[in-house]
Design a protein around this ligand. Sequence first.
Ligand code: ZN
Length: 191
Amino acid sequence: MPAEFPEFRLGSVLATSFTATLTERCGNAVERIPTPQRLVDWLAVNGLAVDSCTATQWELARELRESIHAAATAAAQQEALPASAVEVINERSVHGRAAAVLTPGGALRWQLSSPSRVEDALGVIAADAVSILAGERDGRLALCASPTCQAAFFDTSQSRTRRWCDMNTCGNRQKKARFKANQRKARTAAE
Ligand SMILES: [Zn+2]
């Protein structure tokens, strides 16, 4: 993996892992799929391998990503879903021709209609977004508590009280900030 590209943040929910290819949206945004090839790489690690991606397909992907982000953010805030975002998600879902197949070991694998069909992979991501936005899955959409992030994530914790999109990054940073603030407070109190 070339060092000049930021690493991917992988989660367990496909649709929100996809929106997490643009992080720190409310701070210094980090684009993790800045080129069509990086989208190819991302799809490969998410079980949606394609052999190539054109600039047009890459644009479709980023449009879908921003639409999922907009819809998931609205859903997390209990607001109406933006019509334009819903339209893009549905369009991508309708145009996907991937099939769910079982591996000999009994796992689910997505089979694209052709290795050049990025559209099929996007269809799978769009359908995943539909299932979480429609409340079909066990969990709740929430916004990350980090002020520079505020990413929508799918909380599947038992108590539904998860605060950060990602424990290793946003969660950890917040904990460190709180630790420092407490140290400062303790010092001031001691003086
Ligand atoms: Zn976050």
